[in-house]
Write a protein that binds this ligand. Structure first.
Ligand code: AMP
Length: 427
C-alpha cells in the first residue's frame, strides 16, 4: 500500500546516492565560477509578487500560469521565485552595488518554483545555477558569459555541445519584427492554437516559443521565417558581429538560430541556449542573454547586463543516462576483532579526518563485519587483527588493485592518500 504522505506532485526527494552526484556537479561548478571571478549572492526564495510581474512581463507564461503566488499571514502578496535574475537585480539596487564598482559578476544556485505540468525533465521545484555580469554593454561581456556557460558544461564532462545564438534586438526592432511575423503567419492563422492566436496579438515573438509540434510543422510549411536579425539597427548589428567574432576567437562552437527568442520580455540583443536531444521535449539544458532594459524596469539607473540560468536537474538526468555522473568518493572500511575494537575506534576517528570511513557500531563478530564490508562496495578494507596490531600493523586490502599487504599504522594514511580517488579528483 502506498504510504499516506507523498512528496507533492512535481517535486521529489534526493536520496544519498543522488545527493552525492548533485554535490559533485555543484562543486565542479563552484570551482569554475570562482576561477572566472564570480562572487556568490544568496537571495530569498520568495519575493514580492510584483517584482516578478514587473520583470517577467504581466503577459508572460511564468506570471500568468506558473507562479506559486500566496498571501502570508500579514496579507503580503508574495511568490516563490520562478527564476533568479529578478531577485538578484532587486538586491543589486537595494544594496547600491552599482555605486561601488561598475562591473559586478554574480552567481547563485538553488531551487526555483514553477507550476507547470510535470513530465520528464520538468518539475515544479527544480534547481538552477544562475550567473549575471552586470554593468558592461560591451560584446566582450557577452562573450565572457557564453564562454563561462560552455565551460561549466565542459567541467561536467559534456562534449560537443553547440550553443544556439540569436539577437533579439531592442523593443523597437522587436515590434517591427512582430509585425513581420504576423504577416508571415496570416495564411495559417486559423490553424494555430488558441494560445498562439492570443500571443499573436499580445506578443507575436512568443508564438515561436510554442511547445506544440503541430505548430512547428505549420511554420515549416510556410517556408523561410522572417529573421529578427534583418530588423535590428546598425548598433545592434555591430554588437552581434563583435559577439560572434569573440566566440570564434574563443573557439566556442555555436549555431545561429533565427527562431530563438527566449520567453521573457527583458532580453535585448544576444540570446543563447544549449539543448540536449536525449531529453525529448524538454531539451533545454540552459539559456540566457542580455537584458539591458531590466534594471530600468525596476526604477534603477540604465544599467546593462548579461547572464544565464542552467537547469541542474536536466544536467543530472543527462549525466546519469550517459553514466557520466560520479557518485561519492571511495570508501575505507575498518574491520576490528574482539581484542582490537577500542584501538580500531580510535583509528577510525583519525582516518575520518581525511577519508570516508565505515565501521561497525554494533560489536558484531568478525565474520559479520567482513560480510557487511563486502556488501558495502568499499574499495579499501583495513583489518585490525589482534596479532598484527600487537606489532603496530594492520592489513590493507585494495579491491580495485586486488592487492593485500601489511602496513604499519604510521604508513596507513600515506598509503591510502596515494591511492584513493576523491570525488573532486574525478575527471
Ligand atoms: P529558463 O529560465 O526558462 O530559461 O530556464 C533555464 C533552464 O532551467 C532551462 O534551460 C532548463 O534546463 C531549466 N528548467 C526550466 N524549467 C524547468 C522545469 N520545470 N523543470 C526542470 N528544469 C527546468
Amino acid at each position: 500500500m502506498a504510504p499516506k504522505h507523498q512528496a507533492p506532485r512535481g517535486t521529489r526527494d534526493l536520496l544519498p546516492d543522488e545527493t552525492a552526484r548533485w554535490r559533485w556537479v555543484e562543486d565542479r561548478a563552484r570551482g569554475v565560477l570562482e576561477r572566472y571571478g564570480y562572487g556568490e549572492i544568496r537571495t530569498p526564495m520568495f519575493e514580492d509578487f510584483e517584482l516578478f510581474a514587473r520583470t517577467s512581463g504581466e503577459s508572460s507564461d511564468v506570471v500568468q500560469k506558473e507562479m506559486y503566488r500566496f498571501k502570508d499571514l500579514g496579507d503580503r502578496d508574495l511568490a516563490l521565485r520562478p527564476e533568479f535574475t529578478a531577485g538578484v537585480m532587486r538586491a543589486y539596487l537595494e544594496h547600491g552595488l552599482g555605486g561601488r564598482t561598475r562591473v559586478h559578476r554574480l552567481w547563485s544556485a538553488g531551487p526555483v518554483f514553477r507550476y507547470g505540468r510535470p513530465q520528464k525533465g520538468r518539475w515544479r521545484q527544480f534547481s538552477q545555477i544562475n550567473c549575471e555580469l552586470i554593468g558592461s554593454p560591451a560584446p566582450g561581456a557577452d562573450v565572457e558569459v557564453i564562454t563561462l556557460f560552455v565551460d561549466l558544461y565542459q567541467a561536467w564532462g559534456f562534449r560537443d555541445l553547440t550553443v544556439l545564438v540569436n539577437s533579439v534586438g531592442q523593443p523597437a526592432s522587436r515590434r517591427a519584427y512582430g509585425e513581420a511575423l504576423r504577416q508571415w503567419l496570416a495564411p495559417v492563422h486559423e490553424r494555430l492554437g488558441a494560445d498562439s492566436r492570443q500571443r499573436l496579438v499580445s506578443n507575436p515573438l512568443r508564438v515561436l516559443d510554442t511547445k506544440d509540434e503541430a505548430e512547428h510543422a505549420l511554420f515549416r510549411e510556410l517556408g523561410a521565417m522572417p529573421r529578427l536579425l534583418d530588423h535590428v539597427d546598425a548598433e545592434d548589428r555591430a554588437h552581434w558581429d563583435a559577439v560572434l567574432a569573440g566566440l570564434d576567437d574563443a573557439g566556442i562552437a555555436y549555431e545561429v538560430d533565427h527562431g530563438l527568442v527566449r520567453g521573457l520580455d527583458y532580453y535585448t540583443r544576444t540570446a543563447f541556449e544549449v539543448h540536449d536531444r536525449s531529453l525529448g521535449a524538454q531539451s533545454a539544458l540552459g539559456g540566457g542573454g542580455r537584458y539591458d532594459g531590466l534594471i530600468e524596469l525596476l526604477d534603477g539607473p540604465p544599467t546593462p547586463g548579461v547572464g544565464f540560468a542552467i537547469g541542474l536537474d536536466r544536467v543530472l538526468l543527462v549525466l546519469e543516462e550517459r553514466g557520466l555522473a560520479t557518485g561519492g568518493g571511495e570508501v575505507v572500511c575498518v574491520v576490528a576483532m574482539d581484542g582490537t575494537r577500542a584501538a580500531a575506534g580510535a583509528l577510525v576517528r583519525e582516518l575520518r579526518r581525511e577519508f570516508t570511513v565505515e565501521h561497525d557500531v554494533e560489536t558484531r563478530g568478525f565474520g559479520a563485519q567482513m560480510k557487511a564490508a563486502g556488501k558495502s562496495g568499499a574499495r579499501f578494507l583495513v583489518i585490525v587483527g589482534e596479532e598484527e596490531w600487537a606489532h603496530g600493523r594492520v592489513a590493507l586490502k585494495d579491491s580495485k588493485l586486488g592487492t593485500q599487504e601489511t602496513v604499519t599504522r604510521a604508513e596507513l594514511a600515506d598509503r591510502l592518500r596515494a591511492r584513493v580517488t576523491r570525488t573532486e579528483d574525478r575527471p
